[in-house]
Design a protein around this ligand. Structure first.
Ligand code: BG6
Length: 476
C-alpha cells in the first residue's frame, strides 16, 4: 500500500466550455435553434443566478425576435476559431479539453430522420483537432442545448418522447466518436435544473399544476437516459460514462440540531441524483418525499432494472461556491443564508476553497468511484491595460482550490482530472454576460457582442502553464 503525496502522473489538467456558450454560428450549416439561444443579457442584474420566469409564451416571443442581442447565438465564434483557441490551450500544456456537442447541430429538430452531415463534420473536425493538440476530449452530450422545435412539438423532458429522442441522439454520438472519446458526461449538472427548469428541461410552472411533478419525471427520464447510454457503451470497453452534479452542498449555520437536520435534508436532495447513478436505485428518503408531496412518477420495472444494472463509471463535479442553511430554509437550492466566514465574488458566489476539499471528500467517501472535476473557476471583471490583463484574483482563487483538491487526493480520493471553467472567456450561462469572465485567455467582445474577438493571454495563462508543467506542485 502506498500513500498518495500528490497528483498522479496521468492527471488530466485542462479546462471546460459548453457549445452554446462559445460556438456561436447558431444558424449555420443546417443547425436548429436551442433554448439557450433565446437567453438575453440580464444587464444591471449582476447578483446571483438571475433567471426570470420563462415559459411557452416567452419562448414563442423571443425565438422570433430579431432586434435584441442574444449572446449565445454568437458565443465567441469558437465554431470558426477553434483551431486557434485549441493551439493556445496546447501552449498551456492542456491534457484534456471538455466541451459539449450541440444536439441541434446533429439533429436540428431533435428527432430528424437523418443526422445533419455538416454538424457531424464539424464535430469530426473538432474532436480530431483536440486530439491532434495532445488533449483527451471530454464530451458532454447535453449542456442546455435543447432543440426548440422538439420542445414545442412534444413538450419538455418530462415527456417520454423527448427522452427517446435524446437517447437516440446520445447513442448516435457515442457510436460515432467512441474511438476518439473516452470520457462522456451524459447530462451537465443534472441536479442544477432545479433552479433552471426551462433551460435544462424545457418545463415551466403552469397555474394550478405541480411543477415538481414534471421536474422529477424529467429527472427520472434523464437518469434512465444515463443508464441507457452506459448500457449501450458497454460494447466499447474503453469508454467511461459519467454523471455530473454541480456541488450544492451546504453547511449548517449553527450546531442547533434543527439547523443540522434542515441541512442534511437539503444535502440529500442534491445527492439523490448521484445516489441513483451509483447505487442503481431510488433512495428511501426520496420515495418518502414523493409520497408526501403528491408526486407520482411513471417508473417501469424495466427502467428499475436498467438503473440497477447500469451504474455509472465516474462522478463529475462542478464546484464554484458553498451554501449555508438554517432551520428557516427549505430543501431548495435557492433557499440559503449568508455564511459569515466567507467573502463572495462580485456575483455573490461565496468563495470557499475548503468547501472544495469538503465536496470532493463527501462524494468520494459516499461512492468510492473516480471523481472528475469538470468545472471550477472564478468569474470576474477584467480590465485590459496596455494590451495586458493582470488577474491575481483569478490565480488566488484557483490556487487555493487546487491546493484543497490536492488535500483530498492525499487522503486517497481518486481524482481523474481538473477542468477549470472556462480557459477562454465565453458567455456566462446564468447572466448571458461576456463581462463575467473566467478565462486564462481574454476574448475581446463585450456584453453586446461588440469587439474584435481578439484573444489575449492573461497573467493567469502563464501561471496555469506552470501548474500543469509541475503536475500541480508549483502553485505560486
Ligand atoms: C456551470 C455551468 O453551472 O457554471 C456552466 O455548467 C456555467 O455552463 C458555469 O457557465 C459558470 O456559471 P456562469 O453562470 O457564471 O456562467
Amino acid at each position: 500500500m502506498k500513500n498518495r503525496h500528490g497528483f498522479p502522473e496521468n492527471f488530466l489538467w485542462g479546462g471546460a466550455v459548453a457549445a452554446n456558450q462559445c460556438e456561436g454560428a447558431w444558424n449555420e450549416d443546417g443547425k436548429g435553434m436551442v433554448l439557450a439561444e433565446i437567453d438575453h443579457n440580464t444587464q444591471g442584474d449582476t447578483k446571483g443566478l438571475a433567471f426570470p420566469v420563462r415559459d411557452a409564451s416567452y419562448l414563442a416571443y423571443y425565438k422570433n425576435n430579431t432586434e435584441m442581442y442574444f449572446p449565445k447565438r454568437h458565443g465567441v465564434d469558437f465554431y470558426h476559431t477553434y483551431k486557434e483557441d485549441l493551439a493556445l490551450l496546447k501552449e498551456m500544456g492542456f491534457k484534456c479539453f471538455r466541451t459539449s456537442i450541440n444536439w441541434a447541430r446533429i439533429f436540428p429538430n431533435g428527432d430528424d430522420a437523418q443526422p445533419n452531415a455538416k454538424g457531424v463534420e464539424f464535430y469530426d473536425n473538432l474532436i480530431a483537432e483536440i486530439r491532434a493538440n495532445g488533449m483527451e476530449p471530454v464530451i458532454t452530450i447535453s449542456h442546455y442545448e435543447l432543440p426548440v422545435d422538439l420542445v414545442e412539438r412534444v413538450g419538455g423532458w418530462h415527456n417520454k418522447a423527448f427522452n427517446d429522442a435524446f437517447i437516440r441522439y446520445a447513442k448516435f454520438v457515442v457510436e460515432r466518436w467512441h474511438a476518439q472519446v473516452k470520457y462522456w458526461v451524459v447530462i451537465n449538472q443534472i441536479n442544477l435544473s432545479e433552479i433552471m427548469p426551462f433551460e435544462a428541461l424545457g418545463i415551466w410552472q403552469e397555474e394550478g399544476h405541480n411543477l415538481w411533478q414534471d421536474y422529477y419525471q424529467a429527472i427520472h427520464h434523464q437518469l434512465v437516459a444515463c443508464a441507457e447510454v452506459k448500457k449501450f457503451a458497454k460494447q466499447y470497453p474503453d469508454c467511461m460514462i459519467g454523471t455530473m452534479n454541480a456541488d450544492m452542498g451546504a453547511y449548517a449555520k449553527t450546531s442547533d440540531p434543527d439547523d443540522v437536520v434542515a441541512t442534511l435534508k437539503h444535502n440529500r436532495m442534491n445527492y439523490f441524483y448521484t445516489d441513483v447513478a451509483f447505487r442503481g436505485a431510488y433512495p428511501g428518503y426520496m420515495l418518502r418525499y414523493f409520497e408526501e408531496n403528491d408526486i407520482h412518477l411513471e417508473i417501469s420495472e424495466e427502467e428499475e432494472c436498467l438503473l440497477a444494472e447500469n451504474t455509472l463509471d465516474f462522478c463529475g463535479i462542478s464546484y464554484y461556491f458553498s451554501l449555508c442553511k438554517d432551520k428557516t430554509c427549505t430543501i431548495r437550492q435557492e433557499s440559503t443564508v449568508e455564511n459569515p466566514y466567507l467573502k463572495a465574488s462580485a456575483w455573490g458566489w461565496a468563495i470557499d476553497p475548503k468547501g472544495f476539499y469538503n465536496c470532493i471528500s463527501q462524494y468520494y467517501d459516499r461512492y468510492e468511484v473516480p471523481i472528475f472535476i469538470l468545472e471550477n473557476g472564478f468569474g470576474a471583471h477584467d480590465t485590459v491595460e496596455n494590451g495586458e490583463i493582470h488577474d491575481p484574483y483569478r490565480v488566488d482563487y484557483l490556487k487555493q482550490h487546487i491546493e484543497q483538491m490536492r488535500e483530498a487526493v492525499k487522503d486517497g480520493a481518486e481524482v481523474l482530472g481538473y477542468c477549470m471553467w472556462s480557459p477562454f472567456d465565453i458567455v456566462s450561462a446564468s447572466s448571458s454576460q461576456m463581462s463575467k469572465r473566467y478565462g486564462f485567455i481574454y476574448v475581446d467582445y463585450d456584453d453586446l457582442g461588440q469587439g474584435t474577438g481578439e484573444r489575449i493571454r492573461k497573467d493567469s495563462f502563464y501561471w496555469y502553464q506552470k501548474v500543469i508543467e509541475s503536475n500541480g506542485e508549483n502553485l505560486d
